[in-house]
Each structure stands twice: as C-alpha cells, then as structure tokens.
Design a protein around this ligand. Structure first.
Ligand code: UDP
Ligand code: MG
Length: 186
C-alpha cells in the first residue's frame, strides 16, 4: 500500500461472521468521514467460519482493505502485533471486531492525536453483553495486574487505542514473544 497513508486500522478477527459485515460498514463510514487516507488491516486469526470469505468479498470492491490471514489460531495479542507490524499509517488504531469498541470513537482519538498526543486509549465504562462472571474476573484481572507492576497500565482498557507511528515503530522493535500489548504500550 501507499507509504503515505494517514491512518491504519488494525482489526483482529476470530470467528466473527455474525458481526464482521457491520464492523466493516461502521469502520468504513467513520474513516471516510475523515476525508483522509486509511488502510483497514484485518488480521484473520485462523477463523473457521465464514469470516475470511466475507472479508475477501469486501476487499474485492474496496482497495483500502488489507487482509493478513493466519494458517491457524495464534491468539488476539499475536494478531494485533502482526497488524501493527504491517501497518503504514501515521497513526495506527487497534480495535476489536466484535463492536464492543465503538468505531465512532476513533474520530475523537484522531482529534487528540492531532492535538499532539502519541497514545490515546478508550476506557470501558460498560462491558456490554458480558456475563457477571466475566465482568468480575476482568475487574480482578486489572486490579491484580496493577498490584504486580510498577508500570502504570490504565485500568479497564482493552487494546482499543491509537498509537502515533513513532510509538508503533518502537513497539514493533520489541522482541517479546509472549506479548501483552496494552502493557507494552504503557
Ligand atoms: N480474537 C483473535 N484471536 C483469538 C480470540 C479473539 O483475533 O484467539 C479477536 C476477536 O475476533 C476480537 C478481539 O480479538 O476482535 C477480542 O476478542 P474477544 O472479544 O474474544 O475478547 P474480549 O472481549 O473478551 O477481550
Ligand atoms: Mg470482545
């Protein structure tokens, strides 16, 4: 893709046939509204449903799509890492495919980036569609993580964030194989 693309959107996908069309539609609407160039990098993490066929069909009509296709499931963090590695944008946004991260927020992230911030992340106020157990364990996880490390990893955030190209390049240079991307960003 062009060297000078403004935004890269990295979307890890694993068996997302139920939502991937809607995700693509909303991301496209949001990114077109910027009036700037973008690439939409889908990283297929070994899906065994129709996800991959669906993305291939979108990409036939849409040159802004890049599809990275893993031969098997490697996990969310590896998928994100591959997408970031491949990205060219001056700003890189990582977003989940299941619409738990609202694509429309990307516009606010971009605004902050244009004000000069190198990392912009969104914090979850609600965890829609998740069980009480998942919410509770997620909360415990972040508190535990907080107690374990001196690095200030923001609480209750996923990997939904915008990174300036400089930060993304630094991340791409890290050699950690067992990655926890949001911790590395911090
Ligand atoms: N995902 C992935 N590989 C996996 C599991 C998930 O690429 O092995 C993707 C998934 O399609 C979604 C994102 O990573 O876009 C987050 O996954 P999930 O919603 O299961 O995580 P949670 O919401 O529990 O953090
Ligand atoms: Mg999710």
């Amino acid at each position: 893709m062009s060297q000078s693309v403004q935004y890269s959107i990295v979307v890890p996908v694993y068996n997302e046939e139920a939502v991937v069309h809607e995700t693509y539609r909303r991301l496209t609407e949001v990114m077109r509204s910027t009036g700037e160039s973008y690439e939409l990098i889908f990283v297929n993490d070994g899906s065994r449903d129709k996800t991959i066929d669906m993305i291939k069909a979108f990409s036939e009509k849409d040159p802004s799509i890049i599809l990275l296709d893993f031969s098997r499931n490697f996990g969310h963090q590896i998928a994100i890492t591959a997408g970031m590695d491949y990205s060219n944008g001056r700003a890189v946004v990582v977003i989940d495919a299941d619409l738990q991260d609202p694509p429309e927020l990307i516009l606010e992230m971009i605004e902050k980036w244009k004000q000069g911030y190198d990392v912009v992340y969104a914090k979850r106020t609600k965890r829609k569609g998740e069980t009480v157990f998942k919410k509770y364990t997620a909360k415990l996880f972040y508190r535990f993580l907080h107690s374990m490390t001196d690095i200030d990893i923001p609480l209750d955030t996923g990997d939904f964030r915008l990174l300036d190209r400089r930060v993304c390049d630094q991340m791409n240079n890290l050699q950690e194989r067992n990655r926890f991307v949001r911790g590395l960003v911090s």
